[in-house]
Design a protein around this ligand. Sequence first.
Ligand SMILES: [Zn+2]
Length: 82
Amino acid sequence: MLRSIHCEAEIRGDVSACPECSRILKHNIIDGILTRLQEGPHKNLNWEYYTMANLVDLLERKNAIINKLKLHQLNLERSLLT
Ligand SMILES: [Zn+2]
């Protein structure tokens, strides 16, 4: 939960946060941070900004692609030999 520095500390009606705290979730920078947390970093982002979990995901995807290419190459060589 995010809390605005201008929080009214009082909730009126059946909302989950005061208007100031609700407004902070619509801020461009906060929205970008939340999107990046949910969807992972943009593919053009420099590696220095990746978390360790992001790097492990990237490495697993790279290894999957390499294995797929190796299998494709083996199947191609087999088909050329027969
Ligand atoms: Zn508030």
